[in-house]
Ligand binder design. Structure first.
Ligand code: ATP
Length: 286
């Protein structure tokens, strides 16, 4: 991660400062967000046999995330992301999948008992799509609720969306999934996605909050006020917190409000995992 006054335009060089490395990735961030808030989490993924891989495993274990299904691959480097953060708190990110791309169906099968025994499966698309689909298939066969964060943005087979209970995209991911004639209005966007199968769709709208569509209808929920210094990981914090609240039996509105409080706390601090709040911080922010 490198901090700069503003993000560079294509072909431009800007000066930055405060370079640092930290473990991350959507799946690991979401797992840590959930574990730090008291969720029981098992992580399924791959790292390389390198310093970044060791750091990632250590970070997950320090937070109490189960790593039985985190595999170390000797033949590929750990996935990395180059993150630039500008003064306003906005970021821009380039990814190299590395070991993330090695998560295969056999590894998912090895984790089948963990998936079947869970109350919720959370997936994101830094893992290969066929592995994600396979995990979702196992979850559905065992009546496990499926939450998909369709990030990084990509188009998806319509059949996959029909197998998802809860879809949580940001605005650009939602627009890509809806397609060329996607409405700009968040409520229309959320309803268009809900029509493709998920019971619940939450489109996250950055500082504008969320748009939630479920069987009770569609509504906008403003974000709690926050002095944003770094929005990296806000979406992951939202998802981890939302998953924990669901796991505890909270309804969708209450779980979303909890997740919004957690995400608002995270944007007021630097970093991704480093900025994620504890349960006490979240409860005091009520
Ligand atoms: P990222 O990729 O940076 O992790 P994202 O694009 O996946 O984020 P966002 O929609 O930017 O997700 O943010 C997720 C949630 O975090 C929002 O719905 C909101 O609840 C909260 N959030 C983001 N930015 C702010 C902010 N400036 N103030 C308060 N809450 C915020």
């Amino acid at each position: 991660m490198l901090r700069c006054a503003r993000l560079p335009q294509p072909g431009e060089t800007v000066h930055g400062e405060d370079f640092r490395t930290a473990p991350g990735g959507k799946g690991a961030n979401q797992a840590v967000a959930a574990a730090r808030l008291g969720g029981r989490v098992e992580f399924i993924g791959c790292v390389g046999d390198d310093a970044f891989g060791t750091e990632a495993r250590t970070a997950l274990e320090r937070e109490g995330v189960g790593t039985t299904h985190l595999r170390t691959r000797a033949d590929v480097p750990t996935g990395v992301a180059m993150i630039l953060v500008e003064q306003s708190g906005q970021n821009s990110i380039a990814l190299a999948a590395g070991a993330n791309a090695c998560l295969d169906l056999a590894q998912v099968d090895d984790a089948a008992a963990a998936i079947a025994g869970a109350s919720l499966l959370v997936c994101q698309l830094e893992s290969p799509l066929d592995a994600v689909r396979h995990a979702i298939g196992i979850a559905r066969r065992h009546g496990v609720l499926v939450l998909l964060n369709p990030a990084p943005a990509q188009t998806l087979p319509p059949a996959l969306l029909a197998e998802v209970d809860i879809l949580v995209p940001n605005e650009s991911e939602a627009a890509l999934l809806v397609g060329a004639d996607a409405p700009r209005e968040p409520t229309a966007l959320a309803l268009a996605l809900k029509a493709q199968g998920p019971d619940t769709v939450i489109v996250t709208l950055g500082e504008d909050g969320i748009c939630l569509a479920d069987p009770d209808g569609v509504r906008l929920r403003a974000a709690p006020a926050a002095k944003a210094v770094d929005t990296t990981g806000a979406g992951d914090t939202f998802i981890g917190a939302f998953a924990v609240a669901l796991q505890e039996g909270q309804g969708t509105d209450s779980a979303a409000a909890f997740a919004q409080r957690a995400a608002a706390l995270s944007v007021a601090r630097h970093g991704a995992m480093a900025s994620m709040p504890t349960r006490d911080e979240c409860e005091s922010a009520r």
